[in-house]
Design a protein around this ligand. Structure first.
Ligand code: PYC
Length: 311
């Protein structure tokens, strides 16, 4: 299995070029459901240690339904198949350019959440126009185990987010362990109290919003992913969900560009345009760098060939 590893603002993406399972010829969402239901060992073994690394997201290339798209892609982390992934799409754009499969300029990418557009601005810089994003619940309070009541918004940006703004705990890199515990308690409370999307979609990510000491930065975030690791980048789908909240609250006009910082200090440029029925069309720009091109080996004699399970 040939893979190319990149990182987007510190967050790793592993693009899988071949060797994936047969997922049929349905829509990308149907193929993603099949990956989740029937091939858990396959996708976890690519990302779990010792073959993978904490936080890493996989990007399985598949045939798009729409031939106008440069590729179809299904993203996953070590715990769940994702609807969409912003940092992964920036990493994918840079990887496709590295392979000579796309040139500078506009391209479309098919994901389970829908088609997104990328603009490859230079070999390391990609602007993503994401799927329509929206806030679906405002100022809802969940009762967390150990941390008491926490109030936030539920929003969609290609994945489902519970966004706490401002975070009661400082969003600082020295606090990553305690922020992780806090965010896990929030996600568990959302699931237990059925706080999620309009059609019962569970919250899969949690965002804690804080301030940056740099006055050019609009805000800093900590983002918990389904695998209980944190996003080293400012999270593309999370930033999209946050933009939807800012737009719904009248806190950011369409077209205004802001800088969003991750908990480790990497940044995205963000803006949005109005979408349908109160939703927004988010745009994010970030940088990715290729780190490795390799062949993954799954030897029968390897006792950890399927990875070290976290549970
Ligand atoms: O950038 O959208 C994102 C993302 C989702 C999970 C990890 N990164």
């Amino acid at each position: 299995m040939h893979v190319i590893d990149s990182h987007t603002g510190g967050m790793p993406t592993r693009v899988i070029l071949d060797g994936g399972p047969d997922l049929g010829s349905g829509s990308l969402a149907e193929r993603a459901n099949r990956l989740a239901a029937e091939h858990e060992e396959f996708y976890k073994s690519i990302l779990l240690e010792p073959r993978g690394q904490p936080g890493m997201v996989g990007a399985l290339l598949v045939e798009p339904k729409n031939p106008a798209c440069a590729t179809g892609v299904i993203y996953f982390d070590a715990d769940a198949v994702l609807g969409m992934c912003g940092h992964g799409t920036i990493g994918l754009g840079v990887t496709l350019a590295h392979l000579g499969r796309i040139d500078i300029g506009m391209h479309r990418i098919e994901t389970p959440a829908g088609e997104v557009a990328i603009n490859l601005k230079d070999p390391n810089t990609v602007e993503v126009t994401n799927v329509e994003s929206r806030r679906v619940r405002h100022a809802v309070t969940v009762d967390t185990e150990g941390f008491g009541p926490v109030t936030g918004d539920v929003a969609y940006g290609g994945n489902w987010f519970f966004i706490v703004d401002p975070s009661p705990a400082p969003v600082e890199s020295e606090n990553i362990r305690s922020l992780t515990d806090f965010a896990i308690a929030i996600r568990e409370a959302c699931i237990a109290q059925q706080i999620g999307g309009e059609n019962g979609e569970p919250v899969d990510h949690v965002i804690l919003q804080g301030q940056s000491p740099n006055k050019d930065i609009h805000s800093r975030n900590f983002v918990l992913c389904p695998d209980n690791d944190y996003d080293r980048s400012p999270c593309g789908t999370g930033s999209s969900a946050r933009l939807a909240c800012l737009a719904a609250g009248g806190k950011l006009p369409a077209g205004e560009v802001i800088l969003q910082e991750s908990v480790i200090g990497s940044t995205y440029r963000l803006s949005y345009q109005p979408g349908q029925g109160g939703a927004i069309v988010p745009r994010l720009t970030g940088h990715a760098h290729i780190m490795a091109e390799s062949t993954l080996i799954f030897a029968d004699s390897d006792p950890f060939r399927t990875g070290i399970s976290k549970s």
